[in-house]
Design a protein around this ligand. Structure first.
Ligand SMILES: [Zn+2]
Length: 184
């Protein structure tokens, strides 16, 4: 069986979906890739700033609340002050943090990187993602294999395509790695 490796490259952090007061509805909030650091007496508050995609209203996602500045290393603190890109990505892609802040995690923009696949032979497909995301594995497989929803479902039912890790391919969302076998 030929092993084919594909990588999901996210082109943007996932939007945070939450209620926007100004819009009066749930809206996607886009990461501004800027931190806000506020020093109050002996404590620091640190947020990552998001903007409503409809009205530009700001939403601050809490990273640290009333934390002792000495508990954060000077380099990391510098990173917060200078909007260090790596630090932004670390928090913008932390789906647990986004949920803990009361927002839902939206779909990031992405591209699929890897070789063209010859599906006339049995293939073991390794799909890697730098972090778990809201992308549905079935949607990715349809895109990779260029299949209709029905055609993919038929392949799942007949087990022509199946997960090696016992994942429900129809329902699962993207983990850091998903491996599927495809027969022909
Ligand atoms: Zn809004």
């Amino acid at each position: 069986m030929k092993i084919v490796k594909l990588d999901i490259n996210y082109l943007s952090p996932p939007p945070a979906i939450k209620y926007c007061k100004k819009c009066g509805k749930k809206a996607e909030h886009i990461c501004s890739e800027l931190f806000r650091v506020n020093a109050q007496r002996k404590y620091l508050d640190i947020w990552l700033i998001y903007k409503c995609s409809d009205c530009d209203s700001t939403w601050n996602m809490t990273i640290y609340s009333r934390v002792n500045p000495k508990s954060i290393s000077p380099e990391i603190l510098d990173g917060f002050h200078n909007n260090n890109g790596e630090l932004v990505r670390k928090y913008a892609m932390d789906t647990v943090l986004i949920r803990r802040n009361g927002a839902e995690v939206g779909l990031p923009k992405y591209e699929i990187l890897g070789p063209a696949i010859d599906f006339t032979i049995p293939v073991e497909l390794h799909i890697k993602s730098p972090y778990p995301s809201q992308l549905k594995v079935s949607a990715l497989l349809r895109e990779i294999l260029n299949l209709s929803k029905d055609a993919l479902e038929q392949m799942m039912v007949s087990e022509t395509i199946r997960s090696t890790g016992g994942l429900d391919l129809k329902k699962s969302k993207m983990q850091t790695e998903v491996i599927v076998n495809i027969d022909n």
